[in-house]
Ligand binder design. Structure first.
Ligand SMILES: Cc1ncc(COP(=O)(O)O)c(C=O)c1O
Length: 458
C-alpha cells in the first residue's frame, strides 16, 4: 500500500465535474427515468428494493450475457456490480442456464429435499472446513440463523459485531452499518445505532459494537459483558466500507477470544464466500470459525443462502430442538444452480483466472493513482476490490469517515458514462470480477479511472 505525497483534491472542481458528468448521464437513461415514473403508480418508489433507487436515478436492466449487461435504453456496460457480487459466474453462464432449464421442466418447488444436496454439502465442507450445512434464501437469513444458533447453543443473548459492517436487514444485526459520525460515541464504547427506524431499543441493548482490527477492544467488550456474550459475527474482510483486510493474527485472535469466553465466532462470508478464493476467507486467511454464513455467489444468480457450522453447534438442529426451517429452503431451482456453480464453474482453476484479472486491474489502477498522485490506494482480494480514497491506510470504519462522498460519486459517474456498471456510488461499494471478465473489460475500468484521475488532478 502506497502512503506517499499526494495532491489535495479540490472539492469545488469535483463539484463542477459532477455536474458535467451528471449532465452526460441523464440523457442516456430517458427510458429508465420514464419507466420508473410508470412503476411508481403501484410500486413504492418505483423500485423493488430501496438501494435500486440510488442517485442520480434508477437504471432498469434488460439483459446480461457473460461480463456485459444492457439497460432498457440500450446502453451496454461491462458489469462490475454483478448484482452486489452475486454473479461471480457471470451472466447467463451456459452451465447454469442448462441446470436451471432442466430443473424447471422437472418442477420448481416441492418444499422437500432433492438429490443435489449431498454434493453441495460435501463441496462446501471441503471449501470451508466445516462439516454440516443448511440452506436458506438470502444472506439476511443466513446471519439471522447464525445469531440464533449462537444464542440457542450458549443460552446467552449478547452478540458482538463490528462497527461499519452490514449483515442483512434483520433486527438482530442491523446496527451501526454506516453510523452517523455525530452519533457514534467514543471509539472505546461505540453506540449501537439502529440503521433504520423501527428496530426496538431492546434489540440494540443485546448488541455490542467494536472496531475492526482491534483485539484489545474485542477483549474489553467480552470482559465488560462476562458470561453474557453468545458470540461474535464478523466479516473476515470488511466489504462494505471499501475492502478492509484483516491484519495478521486478528481473525485467529478473535476465534481464541470467543472460545476463551465460552462464545462462538461466526464469519459472515456473504460477500467474501466463493469470491475471494475457492475456500473463501477461511482459505484466504487460514482461520476456521465455528460458523460460516454464505449467500450471493454460491447460487449462480438465484436467491440463496447457506449456514455451515460445527457438529456441536448443529446438534440442537439435528436433534430437533431448534427448527431451522423455511418453505423455500433448498428450493430445487436454487440447488440446481448452486450445484452447477460450485462444481462446474467456480472450480479451483477458475480462481487462477480471477487472480490474474485482479492483478491486472489493481496494477492499472495503482499506476494511475501513482501518476496523478491521488490520495488513494487499491485494496482487495480475489474477485473483490476497491479504490480507497485515503492517503493513509484504512483499518476500520472510523478511518473512512473523512472520505468525501462527492469524490466517490464522481468516480462512479466516470465509470458509468464510460460503459462500466458499478454498484451504487457510496464510498462503501466494491467491484466484483466474474470468471467471464477479460483483460479488455478490466482495461475499460482502468481507462475510465485514468480519465477521472486526470480530471481531478489537472
Ligand atoms: C456481508 C453481508 N452480509 C449479509 C448481507 C445480506 O445479504 P442479502 O442481501 O442476500 O440478504 C449482505 C448484503 O449485501 C452483505 O454484504
Amino acid at each position: 500500500m502506497a502512503v506517499r505525497e499526494s495532491i489535495d483534491i479540490d472539492l469545488e472542481k469535483v463539484g463542477q465535474l459532477v455536474t458535467e458528468q451528471e449532465g452526460l448521464l441523464e440523457p442516456k437513461h430517458r427510458a429508465s427515468i420514464e419507466y420508473r415514473e410508470t412503476a411508481r403508480r403501484h410500486v413504492a418508489g418505483g423500485v423493488a428494493s430501496s438501494w435500486q433507487a440510488s442517485p442520480p436515478h434508477a437504471i432498469f436492466i434488460e439483459r446480461g450475457e457473460g461480463s456485459h449487461i444492457w439497460d432498457i435504453d440500450g446502453n451496454e456496460y461491462v458489469d462490475f456490480h454483478l448484482g452486489y457480487g452475486a454473479m461471480v459466474v457471470g451472466h447467463a453462464h451456459p452451465a447454469i442456464v442448462e441446470a436451471v432449464r432442466r430443473q424447471v421442466g422437472r418442477g420448481t418447488h416441492f418444499a422437500q429435499p432433492t438429490r443435489d444436496l449431498d454434493v453441495i454439502g460435501e463441496n462446501l465442507s471441503e471449501r470451508f472446513s466445516l462439516p454440516l450445512w443448511r440452506f436458506c434464501n438470502s444472506g439476511t437469513e443466513a446471519t439471522l440463523e447464525a445469531v440464533r444458533l449462537m444464542r440457542a447453543s450458549t443460552g446467552r443473548d449478547v452478540i458482538l459485531k463490528i462497527e461499519g459492517t452490514y449483515h442483512g436487514h434483520h433486527d438482530s444485526l442491523m446496527f451501526s452499518v454506516i453510523p452517523d459520525p455525530d452519533l457514534i460515541g467514543p471509539r472505546e464504547h461505540p453506540v449501537t445505532l439502529p440503521q433504520v427506524p423501527g428496530i426496538p431499543q431492546a434489540f440494540a441493548d443485546l448488541v455490542r459494537v467494536v472496531p475492526f482490527n482491534d483485539l484489545a477492544a474485542a477483549r474489553q467488550a467480552f470482559e465488560e459483558n462476562r458470561g453474557a456474550v453468545a458470540g461474535m459475527i464478523v466479516e473476515p474482510a470488511m466489504m462494505n466500507a471499501g475492502v478492509i483486510l484483516p491484519e495478521p493474527g486478528y481473525l485467529q485472535g478473535l476465534a481464541d477470544l470467543c472460545h476463551e469466553f465460552g462464545a462462538y465466532l461466526a464469519f459472515d462470508e456473504v460477500k467474501t464466500g466463493v469470491a475471494v478464493s475457492y475456500g473463501g476467507a477461511v482459505e484466504a486467511f487460514g482461520v476456521v470459525p465455528d460458523i460460516v454464513c454464505l449467500a450471493k455467489a454460491i447460487g449462480g444468480g438465484t436467491p440463496c443462502g447457506a449456514i455451515g457450522a460445527t457438529e456441536e453447534l448443529y446438534r440442537i438442529v439435528v436433534d430437533g430442538e431448534y427448527d431451522m426451517a423455511g418453505t423455500f429452503n433448498g428450493n430445487p431451482l436454487t440447488i440446481a444452480a448452486m450445484r452447477a456453480s460450485l462444481t462446474q464453474v467456480l472450480t479451483k482453476d477458475a480462481y487462477d483466472g480471477l487472480s490474474h484479472l485482479d492483478g491486472y486491474l489493481k496494477d492499472g489502477l495503482g499506476a494511475a493513482i501513482e501518476r496523478h498522485r491521488l490520495p488513494a490506494y487499491v485494496s482487495g482480494v480475489g474477485a473483490k476490490g476497491s479504490v480507497i480514497y485515503s492517503a493513509t491506510p484504512v483499518r476500520e470504519y472510523r478511518d473512512t469517515i473523512g472520505i468525501d462522498e462527492q469524490v466517490t460519486y464522481l468516480a462512479w459517474l466516470f465509470q458509468q458514462n464510460g460503459g462500466v456498471f458499478k454498484s451504487p456510488w457510496s464510498k462503501q461499494e466494491t467491484w466484483t470480477l466474474s470468471v467471464r471478465h477479460s483483460e479488455e473489460d478490466a482495461q475499460r475500468y482502468v481507462d475510465n479511472f485514468e480519465a477521472f484521475a486526470a480530471a481531478i488532478a489537472s
